[in-house]
Design a protein around this ligand. Sequence first.
Ligand SMILES: [Zn+2]
Length: 244
Amino acid sequence: MIREEKKSELRKCAICGKPYIEKKVENKFLNRTFFIAPCDCEEKLEQEKKAYSESFKRYKKSLKDANFPFDTNGKRLKTRTCENVEIARQYVESFKPRTRQGLYFVGSVGNAKTTLAVCIGKELIKKGYRVKFVVFSQAIRILQSTYGTKNPLDFMEQVKDFGKYDLLIFDDFGREAYKDRTLTDVADFVNYLYSNKNNVIITSNPEMVEKIKQIPDFDAMFDRFFQMTKRVDFKKSSYRRIAE
Ligand SMILES: [Zn+2]
């Protein structure tokens, strides 16, 4: 960085304090004094500012793409006190994409399970990972929209589009209806996620789990989901997001 002589306070680096190098230029055309930076502190600071603003933009974009159903009121995993929060913290801490390391949150309505899953997702986005939140029945609807004209992707392209995320959060697993093609579609989807070594967090109600256990081929279909996740039970029911 080169400055022309102007204010005396500009004659040293504002960051490291080293004085600028004074250079007089006197020739046919010029008779002026320039000050040359002795360091690259200011360039580095500019680069840092740029990198910071870019990562902030990326964070906002990823957050939008994740499609969380609510904000976690700015309360972070660090300061949270709800049930199983320690498991969530450890999960974020040791997270590695494509390792099939998932969580299966089971508890009745009003537990912190969805909130905790969203918190994990947000923390991972801050670390630069790609996260997608989707109610499981909605994921099936998106997959099956490929049979119509509204979705430009075909079924497997849509499956792979889900598979590109570092973490998939499937909320409210078990509420979907299994009829017609849904059984094979879901089986194909789960098989792909398994072979792609995706990391998933599934939230579900105990009653819903019992209900879908009745469907034929349940074990064959969801065995892989359960192989990809570690079950975490939520027992307290007093938790309310708003009251926090
Ligand atoms: Zn400097």
